[in-house]
Structure formats: structure tokens, C-alpha cells
Design a protein around this ligand. Structure first.
Ligand code: ARG
Length: 620
């Protein structure tokens, strides 16, 4: 098993030496080989290798010996303590490995790994010359990311902002890894609320069928509120609304037209937000898309005998019988057909999962919604499996849940008057605040108006995205413009400044990228200062950070790495001159090796920004 792995890995490495190598993964592999040789016949023994935070213990540490000792104690002759296990592993460690300078055994058998500086330099050279490229992906997957998914006529709130930002980050991560990604916007564009909206539309704009193509409604939320009020207060309106739903769901063209007009208004609003946030290739495929498929799946479930009649609690007899489906573990059932014959959110997600597995041929489906929907998706998976629609051994499904956004008062994020915050207003405010901040620093005087506007917008959107992504998504987080616009600490502003500064160094030294490339292609590079080594080790953690993000479907480790890189860069820059002026002769000396390290650092930062959908600036 190990040999196959090793050969496959070396094959990959030979094929394409341009990509970045995952050092932690390589070490894991080498330790696995060594354990396998020292103690043959162990089944699937996990070998963890973790970076250390104390240079005394090397750069990485492998802690496999103590648990291995606990397992082998008394079974293998001559093993009296974990250090002997560690000894045996070190003895069998592949010899010709260029990644490592030395291995040391410490304490009760921890194996400390010291990376080879020559290796670090060569990897840094690769990153400088080719960028932060991923290893080739031999098994490209078709990944569907269900993201953003606001509801027509209702407000698009900060929850949808989170789903959009996190979904986009994960989609970009999956693309970076060489997968084929389909971003789907599962817009809430179907269901009973359209009955009352259409009903009000008919009343207020009776000429909507013939008249102007656009609906004279700019603010759909107000229109929605008005419709809701009428629905709650006026019995006749309510009756007509229900009749409208029936017409719509039977796809009556007149009603479809009204529905389309309403969706158009929302669509325009959503599109503006996506353009501002640089979200591309997000395909709108709302609940309405599944109407016919919902009819089909209900028949299918019924034919398989999976639907049960159920009386809704409290006055159920009046409302009539509905059809539900139980997951095998008797957790919350899905409501598949309401007593009035209509379908629900559950029905649409059952139809959706089937469509994605069968028609889209997805290998992996990722749903990005607030954590509150976890139980809904849990029931959907269980029922889809029970119905034979989804085979978990063939298609992977993940629910990527996230916590709520809080205001600075630690309560649910609202405007001062207690209303839901409109996303467009939020983005506007971000731009204003970012502008003020830049003006405070006098940046408006150093840049052209155009540059200033670009800086202001980039700072605003980057901060909003970054402050979201830098928190572990499962937790709630406090939305604070003051915090996210600080230029110290783990903020987008700090990172963007670091990037522009790095990019300006070679420029100031008067060295062009071509000159540096020629140098990088031919010359022997020397980087030996502890701060240089630390920086190289940090940028070379990019692949293992990507691996972690992909394994857990989180993005905060990437933010942490980028922040570390910026911090270690500034330590390096403070102690190592890139351009040095001789105080006596007045001559300047340019350290090309260091310029190369600067550019390699910028390449990694840039790739990280790309995944987070952040656009760095050349001036700010
Ligand atoms: N429209 C839903 C909401 O606003 C999110 C939809 C998520 N996707 C799904 N397939 N159910 O919460």
C-alpha cells in the first residue's frame, strides 16, 4: 500500500515540477513508509505530522511513537519504551529525501523534523517563477455548490451574504484544486407567497399583461408587506390569492407572466450585489425549476410506498390530510404534500437532490446555508437515501452551515430602528467608511480620483468578505466596520497593505520582473537569515493549508496563513535589507535573492486572495 502511494506520489512530482509541494503530506507519507518498514503488518495506522511553534523542536513534529508503543507493548520483543520505537522509525526513514536536513528524537519519543534550507530555497524559486500552482488532480470531480439562494420579494439579508461569500470561497477552492464546479443559486422563487403577490399585482396594475415590460415596483419588499397585510386582513383577497397559487403551479401562462415580472425585480437587485462582490458564474436555478420534477418525485415516492398520511397538529381535521415521509431513524419527517395539495421546501429539496445526482451527475454536492437548516438537510439526505435516490458511497454531500451575524451590541444584526439591514445599504456604508479611513491617512491626496475610488471599493468589499471568512464559519460573528477597517491585526486592510508594499519593493529597486526572472532562472540563491528561513517555511505551508480547508470545508485557516505570511514578511523586511545603501561610498546594493523572496511571497498572497475572492491593489 505504502509503495503504491509512494510511487504514485513520485510520479506526480516528476510529471510537473512546477506545482507547490505539500510538505506536511510528504512527511506523512515518509513517516508512514518508515513505520511500515520498522513494524511491518500494521493495518492503517494513522501518522500525524504537525507544524511546531517552537524552532527548538524543528519545523514539524511526528508524534506517532507513543501511541504505537501503547499498541505494541508486550507484543514486540525488545521494545521497552516509546523512544525505541522512534529510533526504529528514524532508522527506516527514507534516506535520499531532500526535504529534510535532520530528524531528532525528543522527550518520550517525539520525532522533530528540521527542513533542509536548500530545499526551501528551491521551492521558493519555483513559487517565484511559476506562482502558487496546485498539484495536478488525477480525479477531477464535478462539484455543485448550492450557495447564496435568497428569496424573491423577501429581503436578501446578511445570512445570504454569508452564504454568498463562503460559497464563493469554497467554489474557488474547489476550482483551484482542479475540479469542475457548478455554482447554483437556489433562489426561493416559488411557493404560496406568490399567490398574494400576483393577486395584488392584478389589482394594482391590471394592464400588466399588455403594458410596459417592467413592473413599476422598485421596492419589492414594501410591495410584499402590502400584499401580506391584505392577505391577513381581507378574506376575499386571501381566497383569490390561493386561487392564484393554483393557477401558477399549473403553469397558466398569464400567471407565469406576472410571476416573471416579480422575479425580474428581485433578479435585478441580486445581480447588482453579485457584480459588486465579484461573484461570477452563479447560475440561477430557483425552486420553480423543479415544479415538474416535484410532481414526478411525489409519484415516485408514493409508488414506492414511502408516503404516509398525516393530520397536522392542532385543527388538522379542518385542514385535511397531508403526506409526509419518515427518515429511517424516525427523526423529523419531511412534509411532501400539504393538505391543499401544494408542495413544500422539503419537496423541492427532494426533487433537487434527484436532479443533481441523476441529471447533473454530481460527484459532490455542497449546500451552504445557515446552521439552522442542518436538521432539514439531515432529513433530506436520510430520505433521499431511503428512497434510493442518493447513494452515499457514490456521491458525497456536505451541508456547510454557518452561524448568525451579530451587531456590535451582540444581538442579531439589525438597523438602529430594528429593521433587517439591506445588503446594498450595507455595501454603500462600507464604501463610505473605507473612503473616510483612506482620507484620514491622506491617501486621497496621493492618488488620482480613479485610483482612490478603486482603493476605496476594494478595501470595503475585501474587508466585508475577509471579516466573514476569517472566522470559523460555524461560529456567529460580530459585524463591525470599525474592527474590519483597522490596519493592524488580522484584517483585510493589513493584508492589502502588506501586498502593495511587497509589490513596490522591486519597483523601487528599479529591477523589472523580467530581470528578476532571468536571475531566478539561472542564479544560485542564498537565503540563510533566520527571518528569511521563517518566511520561506511559512509561504510553503500554502498547499497544506489548502488541504486543510478542503478537508473541513472552511476558509479561516487560509486567512490565518495569509496573516502569518504578512507578519513574517514584515519581520523579514525589518531585519533584512533588500536595498542597501553604503553609508561611506553612497553606493546602493540590491539583494536580488531577497527581491525574489518578496515576489514569491506576493505570489502566494495573491493566490490566497484569489481563493477568498479578494482583489489586491497595486496602490492604496
Ligand atoms: N432560500 C433558502 C433560504 O433563504 C436557502 C436555500 C438553500 N438551498 C437549498 N437547496 N435548500 O434560507
Amino acid at each position: 500500500r505504502v509503495n503504491i502511494l509512494k510511487r504514485a506520489y513520485e510520479e506526480e512530482v516528476r510529471k510537473d515540477i512546477k506545482h507547490m509541494k505539500n510538505i506536511a503530506q510528504m512527511l506523512r507519507l515518509y513517516f508512514t513508509i518508515a513505520v511500515d518498514k520498522a513494524f511491518p503488518g500494521l493495518e492503517d495506522f494513522p501518522v500525524a505530522v504537525a507544524p511546531t511553534n517552537n524552532p527548538k523542536f524543528g519545523d514539524y513534529q511526528c508524534n506517532v511513537a507513543p501511541p504505537l508503543f501503547a499498541m505494541l507493548k508486550g507484543k514486540v520483543a525488545g521494545i521497552a519504551n516509546p523512544r525505541q520505537i522512534a529510533d526504529a522509525i528514524v532508522r527506516e526513514f527514507p534516506k535520499s529525501i531532500d526535504v529534510i536536513e535532520k530528524l531528532e528524537i525528543a522527550g518520550p519519543g517525539f520525532i522533530n523534523v528540521f527542513l533542509n534550507p536548500e530545499y526551501l530555497i528551491e521551492e521558493t524559486r519555483t513559487v517565484f517563477l511559476h506562482g502558487a500552482l496546485p498539484a495536478p488532480n488525477p480525479c477531477k470531480k464535478r462539484v455543485i455548490v448550492d450557495m447564496s439562494s435568497p428569496n424573491v420579494a423577501k429581503e436578501m439579508h446578511v445570512g445570504h451574504l454569508r452564504s454568498t461569500i463562503i460559497g464563493e470561497g469554497l467554489a474557488r477552492l474547489m476550482e483551484y484544486l482542479g475540479n469542475d464546479v457548478l455554482r447554483l443559486n437556489h433562489v426561493g422563487d416559488w411557493g404560496t407567497q406568490f399567490g398574494m403577490l400576483i393577486c395584488l399585482l392584478q389589482e394594482k396594475f391590471s394592464n400588466y399583461l399588455t403594458g410596459n415590460k417592467q413592473l413599476p415596483v422598485s421596492d419589492l419588499q414594501t410591495f410584499y408587506k402590502e400584499a401580506k397585510k391584505r392577505f391577513d386582513e381581507d378574506e376575499d383577497f386571501k381566497k383569490r390569492s390561493y386561487a392564484c397559487v393554483v393557477e401558477l403551479q399549473s403553469l397558466n401562462p398569464e400567471y407565469l407572466k406576472a410571476w416573471n415580472l416579480i422575479c425580474d425585480v428581485s433578479r435585478k437587485e441580486f445581480t447588482k450585489i453579485y457584480e459588486r462582490l465579484d461573484i461570477k458564474n452563479l447560475i440561477e436555478r430557483g425552486e420553480s425549476f423543479y415544479q415538474k420534477r416535484m410532481e414526478t418525485i411525489v409519484k415516485e415516492l408514493d409508488a414506492k410506498g414511502l408516503l404516509e398520511d398525516d393530520l397536522p397538529e392542532g385543527g388538522g381535521a379542518l385542514q385535511g390530510i397531508r403526506k409526509i415521509m419518515h427518515p429511517p431513524d424516525k427523526s423529523l419527517p419531511l412534509i411532501i404534500v400539504k393538505s391543499d395539495g401544494g408542495f413544500t421546501y422539503d419537496t423541492s429539496d427532494m426533487a433537487t437532490i434527484k436532479q443533481r445526482v441523476e441529471e447533473e451527475r454530481a460527484d459532490w454536492i455542497i449546500y451552504v446555508t445557515d446552521a439552522g437548516q442542518a436538521t432539514h438537510f439531515y432529513s433530506i439526505y436520510k430520505c433521499a437515501k431511503r428512497a434510493g435516490i442518493w447513494d452515499p458511497t457514490k456521491v458525497r454531500i456536505d451541508h456547510v452551515g454557518f452561524g448568525v451575524v451579530l451587531g456590535e451590541d451582540k444581538k442579531k444584526f439589525k438597523t438602529r430602528s430594528g429593521e433587517t439591514v439591506k445588503l446594498a445599504d450595507l455595501l454603500d456604508e462600507g464604501i463610505k467608511r473605507a473612503g473616510d479611513k483612506l482620507k484620514e491617512k491622506g491617501r486621497d491626496k496621493e492618488m488620482t480620483q480613479e485610483e482612490f475610488n478603486a482603493a476605496m471599493t476594494s478595501v470595503a468589499y475585501s474587508c466585508i468578505k475577509y471579516s466573514d471568512l476569517s472566522h470559523n464559519r460555524v461560529h456567529e460573528y460580530v459585524f463591525s466596520f470599525d474592527k474590519m477597517l483597522e490596519d493592524k491585526g488580522n484584517t483585510a486592510v493589513y493584508l492589502l497593505y502588506a501586498y502593495t508594499r511587497i509589490k513596490s519593493i522591486a519597483r523601487k529597486a528599479g529591477v523589472s520582473l523580467e530581470q528578476l526572472q532571468e536571475y531566478g532562472n539561472k542564479s544560485k540563491i542564498t537565503l540563510a537569515h533566520p527571518k528569511e528561513l521563517k518566511l520561506m517555511k511559512t509561504i510553503l505551508k500554502f498547499p497544506e493549508t489548502i488541504e486543510k480547508c478542503a478537508a473541513e470545508l472552511v476558509l479561516h485557516p487560509m486567512c490565518e496563513l495569509l496573516y502569518d505570511i504578512a507578519v513574517y514578511f514584515s519581520e523579514f523586511y525589518d531585519s533584512c535589507y533588500c536595498i542597501e545603501k553604503d553609508s561611506k561610498t553612497g553606493e546602493t546594493k540590491i539583494h536580488m535573492d531577497r527581491l525574489l523572496l518578496c515576489e514569491a511571497t506576493a505570489n502566494v498572497l495573491k493566490q490566497g486572495f484569489d481563493i477568498l475572492a479578494i482583489r489586491p491593489l497595486h496602490r492604496m
